[in-house]
Each structure stands twice: as C-alpha cells, then as structure tokens.
Write a protein that binds this ligand. Structure first.
Ligand code: ASP
Length: 315
C-alpha cells in the first residue's frame, strides 16, 4: 500500500486530480504525468478566476476525457463486444446534489452530462440511450462512437481477446477524477470512465454510483476513486474513506484504511484521492502505480507514483 499526504498551506483553494490507479507502462508514464498536470492546471485556472470547486472539477475531468491517454471519453477502453460505454458522476458538497450517467455512447464529455443531470433535471442518474438523447436535447456536444476509439485501445483489446493480456491481473485502470475545495470552503468531486476492459455490454461499474466512484460533503471532504469497480462498490469506497477522516490522523490514512477494508473484505485493486474540509490532500493506492497531480501553494506536485518508489518529490 502506498500513501501520500500534503498538508494545507495558506492558499485559499486546493485541488487534486488522478488519471487512474493501475499498471502504467513505462513508455506511457510521461503522457500520464503530463496529462494529470495539465488537467490540474485547467482546474486551478478556473479556481483562480473565481470559479467554484464544482466548475473546477468539471473542467479538469473534461480535459482528461479529451486526452486519449486516459480511460474516459476519447481513449476509453472497449467492452467484450468491441464498443465503448462510459460512466461519469459529479457531486457538489455544499448541497449534496449529484448527477450521474451510465453506459453512454455519444456524449463527448460524459462529466458535463452528469452536471446537466444534476442541475437541469429532477433526477440524479440516467443510463443508456436515453441518457445520450438527454444530452442531445440539452444541447451538449455529441460525438460519433468512432471518435472515442483510439488505435492503442483497439490494439490492447485485440491482445486481451487473444488471451495475451489479463486486464484484471494487469490492473488496467485509468479512470480519471478530480476533487477541489474553493475559497468559500465548498467541496466538489467528479469521476469519469470507460469502465473496465472487456466488460460485458451494459455493465456499470462503481464510477457513477454515489459514494463509490465519488462523494463530496462540505462537512467531511471530497473523494474520487479508481480501480476494480466490482470491489469498490461493495465497500462504497469513497464514502467509507470520508467517514474515516474524523477518526484518522490525516486524509491519506483514511484513504489507506478504506482501501485496506476493501482488500481484506472483498479483494481488488484501487486508488483514492481525498481532500478534507480543511484542505489537506491525501491519496492511497494498492495497485502498482497511480498518476496524480495536486497544488501545494503555487507549486504543482505531479507524476506517476509507483509502489515502493516515487517518481516525483513529495513536499
Ligand atoms: N473504476 C472503473 C470501473 O470499474 C475502472 C477504472 O478505475 O479504471 O468501471
């Protein structure tokens, strides 16, 4: 288990993003590191110009949905039948409002649709074709299913289908997520994914499930998870970690404890990013690596944390 803590300094806002917990191929590590850094910068820019934590997490996650490196939006993994179905969630810690979408195929940024569900409907979650149709009715940008498919993911799919790679053993998780706290003390969290490689059509993972893929509550903190959805949802990982914060020494310990609970009760690999209500940032993962970025004052700490060895200096 690896963990990392970054205590609050004097900055008025804090943000952390992840690009998934799993095995990150050496030749792809710089892409992951650069991608999470840029996503964080995108979110921080929103906060600096007076945007809310909610605005910031949406923009950071949308950035990573557009970056084909990550398993979300463009670059999502293929299911067993060779097509892409995506899930996303957003939660506003000030009102406990949330929006989520599952198994969408045509909306360019699933996280923006999740926000539209939260803000423009009386419901919390939409799935499948009717979720895509909602995006169309609401005027969100749509994309042809071929837009989401990249050559890398097609090649990986073929290798997995041929039995050369086992996606679970290889910890192939590169879901994206972001958590932020703004100057008003409001927390928000968002997560977006193409799910697990070779999943059955219609399979929905932890990501759009409130409390599992993400959670935000101004009285506790915010969290976003990545990893094996079938395990994460059984221990409601994000909410479990947040509820451990008051009893833990810091958010990294709470994240670590939540993952230990998952590991001992149901098994599986996962990673978690957290911000507590005071702005302390923490993360933990039990997978071989996890990509992340967060701000520490004006400095940006980012990289690919590798189990037993860290790629970036820690504060
Ligand atoms: N948690 C995601 C899912 O199970 C996968 C990931 O984190 O990459 O759908």
């Amino acid at each position: 288990m690896e963990r990392l803590l970054s205590p609050k300094t004097s900055e008025p806002f804090r943000m952390i993003v992840h690009g998934g917990a799993g095995r990150i191929p050496n030749d792809k590590a710089p892409l992951y590191a650069e991608g999470v850094k840029k996503a964080l910068e995108t979110g921080l820019q929103v906060l600096k110009s007076g945007g809310s934590a909610l605005d910031a997490v949406i923009e950071a996650v949308a950035y990573m949905e557009d970056d084909p490196t990550f398993n979300a939006g463009r670059g999502s993994v293929l299911n067993s039948e060779g097509f892409i179905e995506m899930d996303a969630i957003v939660m506003d810690g000030s009102s406990l409002s949330m929006g989520a979408v599952a198994a969408v195929r045509r909306v360019k940024n699933p996280v923006r649709l999740a926000r539209a569900v939260m803000e423009r409907t009386n419901h919390n979650m939409f799935a499948g074709e009717w979720a895509d149709r909602l995006a169309e009715v609401m005027g969100l940008e749509l994309a042809d299913p071929s837009y989401f498919l990249t050559e890398r993911r097609r090649r990986e799919w073929e290798e997995m289908r041929a039995g050369k790679v086992n996606p679970t053993r290889e910890f192939m998780y590169s879901t994206v997520g972001a958590v932020a706290i703004d100057g008003s003390g409001n927390l928000a969290a968002a997560t977006s994914t193409g799910g697990t490689p070779l999943k059955m059509p219609g399979r929905v993972g932890d990501t759009p499930l409130v409390g599992s893929g993400a959670y935000a509550d101004n009285t506790l903190g915010g969290a976003s998870a990545t990893g094996l959805g079938e395990s994460i949802m059984r221990v409601v990982l994000s909410k479990t970690a947040l509820e451990l914060i008051p009893r833990a020494t810091d958010p990294a310990s709470a994240a670590q404890r939540a993952i230990e609970i998952m590991e001992t009760r149901v098994g599986g690999g996962a990673g978690l990013i957290l911000i507590d209500l005071h702005g302390n940032v923490g993360l933990a993962y039990n997978t071989p690596a996890m990509s992340f970025a967060f701000n520490q004052g004006n400095e940006i700490i980012y990289g690919v944390g590798v189990m037993g060895r860290r790629a970036s200096p820690l504060p």
